[in-house]
Design a protein around this ligand. Structure first.
Ligand SMILES: [Ca+2]
Ligand SMILES: [Ca+2]
Ligand SMILES: [Ca+2]
Length: 567
């Protein structure tokens, strides 16, 4: 079977699995479909020929010798009947020298759509998988989270991906963090900086919570899981550092090979600088990291915006997140509502990290051990806000880099933005380009970010027969795009695909202009995109945008030519 056929087979299996899920329960007890084929394995040293020449051999033909030692062979019932294959398998399995014989059967199967870790506090971690744990009563339990279990079937994160946490130190010996901590880190609050980024005093409890959201070890049977359960953490202590110390911390992170630097902090009053956003030394270090880190691919620098409801992108409340080289993260709540925190023209994304109100559960994460930290426990259930939103986004970038370490900083940003969900349209008020000063490009979605995703737009959406319109397909794929295409379904559409081959860029937008339709009616335009790995990868990874999610569509109305004249 060639690779493309295999992928079609997987798609067919997926369709079969879906059909099975929708079928009545009796399907589960029905005999699975069989064929005339059976497979036998002989004991060590046993030979097939004597069996074939005896009474067992009369009704079968050898289709294939699969292996010779031990001997495995596929046989075929000469009658062609599945029932005979099952009877023959039973007879062969009782014969001397036969290890087993079993008939071919199509057992119903489904592709695993989720990976649920065994960490005991995971069921409380609603930003990863929202099932209404927070006491909210949303009608749609699919929202209000980043769809982590659906993302984790593709990767749990790679230990090759290093994410620096600039904060007030991290409890390095916490059993849920220690397996993912790359190094003891560095403390930049002193001059010279001191090795080790442990918390220093009782007030230092924030970084331990941030690190847990990012990369607490998952599937280890204890505590919580981070969004990137196998990424590595580089701890760096900056709380209380000077501008020179903070700038040095960014340079250190880059020198240590950080792929992403996550920051859940800001200055509490405007910095004396040209725009009040960032001191020149810090600004320079951030811009250099974004430009030159990762051998020129660029280090992704993520900042949480303020938890105050102010414009972080303009003076006098401008924040470090207003720098163009920073990915600025705002916050959404359980119910996928935005608002109540930092906003403005510089916001890129929001992440679900805000409890609905004081009565609902917060973000559950690691705490300093024992009496130290937020609680007397080793875990804390009351974290949240942009401090938790930033490491969620940083960790999803880590998952993307685990799939494709060559992605540039800008490509990471574009993929995260392209695949974000446009939550809370009433509160966000997205513009025509899909941007909102309250939600940025939307709420991050890890599952959508990790697979090919496409969107289609048509302008104008209503034309006269023969009047030109244009179609734009925007797509992303972590491995890079091989092609995008779209087709028309409707009265005068021929269904033919308008295809564009691409050169492997991870995000592309392609426009077909001056398209015309001569037959009035309502049309549906359907888009899809495929990644460059589709031909060689046989895993259940969906290599087409339409393979897992519904195909992206848009409606177009074509009216009579006379209507256009009179309108
Ligand atoms: Ca979900
Ligand atoms: Ca854990
Ligand atoms: Ca504690």
């Amino acid at each position: 079977m060639n690779a493309r056929l295999a992928i079609q087979a997987i798609a067919t299996l997926l369709a079969a699995a879906c059909a099975h899920a929708a079928a009545p329960r009796s399907v589960e007890t029905a005999e699975p479909r069989g064929t005339e084929r059976l497979i036998v394995r002989l004991a060590e040293g046993a030979r097939l020929a004597p069996l074939l020449h005896g009474p067992l051999g009369r009704e079968v033909a050898v289709e294939q010798i699969v292996t010779r030692a031990p001997l495995r062979a596929i046989l075929r019932a000469r009658s062609g009947a599945a029932a005979d294959a099952r009877r023959l398998a039973a007879e062969w399995s009782r014969a001397a020298g036969v290890d087993y014989a079993t008939a071919e059967r199509f057992w119903p199967m489904e592709l695993r759509g989720r990976h649920e870790p065994d960490d005991p506090l995971f069921p409380q971690q609603w930003p990863l998988d929202n099932r209404g744990q927070g006491g909210d009563r949303r009608p749609d339990p699919a929202g209000g989270d980043v769809d982590a279990p659906e993302a984790w079937i593709h990767t749990l994160g790679s230990p090759e991906v290093l994410i620096a946490v600039l904060d007030d130190g991290i409890e390095l010996t916490h059993p849920d963090l220690a397996p993912n901590v790359a190094a003891a880190g560095m403390d930049f609050t002193t001059n010279p900086p001191a090795p080790g980024a442990e918390p220093r005093d009782d007030a230092d409890r924030h970084g331990t919570a941030v690190a847990g959201v990012l990369a607490a070890r998952g599937d280890n049977g204890i505590g919580v899981t981070g969004i990137c359960p196998r990424c590595r953490i580089l701890p760096i202590r900056v709380q209380g550092s000077s501008n020179l110390g903070t700038a040095a911390a960014f340079r250190y992170a880059v020198e240590q090979g950080a792929d992403v630097i996550t920051n859940s902090w800001g200055y509490t009053r405007p910095v004396a600088s040209r725009d009040g956003a960032a001191d020149d030394a810090v600004r320079d270090a951030i811009e250099a990291a974004a430009r030159e880190g990762r051998q020129g691919r660029g280090t992704l620098i993520v900042f949480g915006m303020t938890n105050d409801n102010v414009d972080n992108c303009r003076a006098p409340t401008a924040d470090i997140s207003s720098l163009a080289s920073v990915l600025a993260v705002g916050v959404a709540n359980h119910d996928d509502e935005v608002g109540g925190a930092g906003f403005g023209a510089c916001i890129d994304l929001v992440a679900p990290a805000k409890p609905k109100d004081r009565s609902t559960i917060g973000v559950v994460t690691t705490d300093r051990l024992g009496q130290a930290g937020h609680t007397a426990d080793d875990y804390y259930t009351g974290f949240g806000g942009t401090s938790a939103a930033a490491p969620l986004v940083a960790g999803i970038a880590g998952l993307l880099l685990s799939l494709n370490p060559d992605l540039t900083r800008n490509e990471l940003k574009l993929i995260l933005e392209h695949t974000a969900d446009k939550i809370d349209p009433a509160g966000a008020r997205y513009d025509a380009a899909g941007f909102s000063e309250r939600a940025g490009h939307g709420r991050v979605n890890a599952a959508r970010a990790l697979v090919p995703a496409a969107k289609i737009a048509v302008t104008p959406a209503r034309v006269a027969a023969g009047e030109p319109f244009s179609v734009t397909v925007t797509a992303s794929a972590p491995y890079g795009l091989e092609s995008v295409w779209w087709s028309i379904r409707g009265p005068g559409g021929d269904g033919a695909a308008h295809r564009r081959e691409l050169a492997g860029e991870p995000v592309e937008s392609v426009t077909w202009s001056r398209v015309v339709l001569d037959t009035p009616g309502t049309y549906t335009l359907v888009a899809d995109a495929r990644d460059v790995r589709h031909a060689e990868d046989l895993s259940p990874y969906p290599h087409r945008a339409g393979e897992r999610a519904p195909e992206p569509t848009v409606q177009l109305t074509v009216v009579e030519r006379s209507d256009a004249v009179s309108r």
